[in-house]
Design a protein around this ligand. Structure first.
Ligand SMILES: [Zn+2]
Ligand SMILES: [Zn+2]
Length: 334
């Protein structure tokens, strides 16, 4: 499913199976999660996509071939491919374990063709083994929603009372990790979104309400997953002195000006930029221990536009995932 022009629907096209270059693996994609970032790319809110582009950066698949030097993985092994697709490995960010900040970072489904396809190639150094016990469909949301959620949670510090603004794919994973760590989660949704508030409580939030309300207790930290800048002052008002507000998304509408007093008292406002490989390794080890369960709405690959639209309008709980059937199987049917 190809993006040719931002602002237009993806189009189903036939492409040759890509060949893995040096350091790359060729993956037969089984499932690919859909992320709000994909929506930002398709809508043209992120400005530097390669075009034409195969989006998708929560890939779960099986290695079918390896390029020169990509020997860590063997054919038949199941791997996951996240948003961070490659980095320079030589700059001061890369050399200090902060490769997510590398100036030359290349992103899957943005600079590099992603997983809304039957096959994808990926740099083996940025692939993760997928924990056994997770079916492909349930594993896919771990690759971005899970990883970004986990990094955001780490950035929120030791907070016991944790607010989450926007209860979608990332939040429904974070709430499980946070509960496992003994924290209390307060979930904020669009005003009046009763269905999502119920979902948040079902997933373990101690309170769920409207994003324009204050929670019943002051929070120690808040994570904002919704791309709405007006949530920043709302979250700053909800956190106690010394509290942290973490912006977990890659894109957000402009933040309205706000009085200094809501930042005063050593409150901290920060963003989280994608992920490091260490986050991936930590989270993939942690998820099966909890165990994190993902709530998934599946779509066939050809229905990618429908899935993106359903995400845009918040028509499902949890995460949307494209399921990619075996191309050989399809050929036999033809
Ligand atoms: Zn993502
Ligand atoms: Zn670098």
């Amino acid at each position: 499913m190809m993006l040719e022009e931002p602002g237009t629907p993806l189009r189903a096209v036939d492409m040759p199976v890509p060949a893995p270059g040096a350091g790359q693996v060729l993956i037969r994609v089984h499932a690919c999660g859909i992320c709000r970032t994909d929506l930002h790319i398709v809508d043209g809110e992120l400005k530097e996509p390669k075009l034409p582009l195969v989006p998708g950066h929560q890939i779960v698949g099986t290695v079918v071939a390896t390029g020169e030097g990509a020997g860590r993985y063997a054919a038949g092994e199941r791997v996951g491919v996240p948003w961070l697709g490659s980095t320079c490995n030589t700059c001061r960010y890369c050399l200090s374990g902060r490769e997510n900040l590398c100036d030359s970072a290349r992103f899957t489904g943005y600079h590099i063709n992603g997983g809304f396809a039957e096959y994808a190639v990926a740099d083996y150094r940025f692939c993760f083994p997928v924990p056994a016990g997770y079916p492909d469909l349930q594993a896919a949301p771990l690759l971005c929603a899970g990883l970004i959620g986990y990094r955001s949670l780490v950035m929120a510090g030791e907070a016991e009372r944790l607010g989450i603004y926007g209860f979608g794919a990332a939040a429904h994973i974070v709430v499980q990790v946070a509960r496992f760590q003994g924290r209390h989660v307060y979930a904020f949704t669009r005003p009046g979104d009763i269905r999502t508030q119920k979902f948040a409580r079902d997933m373990g939030a101690v309170w769920a309400g409207n994003s324009d309300e204050l929670p019943p207790e002051e929070l120690d930290a808040a994570i904002i997953f919704a791309p709405a800048g007006e949530l920043v002052p709302a979250a700053l008002r909800a956190v106690a002195r010394g509290g942290v507000v973490v912006c977990g998304g890659i894109h957000m509408s402009d933040i309205p000006s706000f009085p200094y007093e809501i930042l005063w008292g050593e409150r901290v406002l920060r963003s989280v930029a994608n992920l490091t490989r260490r986050d991936g390794e930590e989270f993939m080890a942690l998820a099966p221990l909890i165990p994190v369960r993902t709530e998934v709405k599946s779509y066939p690959l050809e229905a990618a536009n429908q899935a993106l639209d359903d995400l845009r309008y918040g028509r499902f709980n949890g995460a949307a995932v494209l399921v990619i059937s075996d191309p050989a199987e399809q050929d036999r049917l033809v």
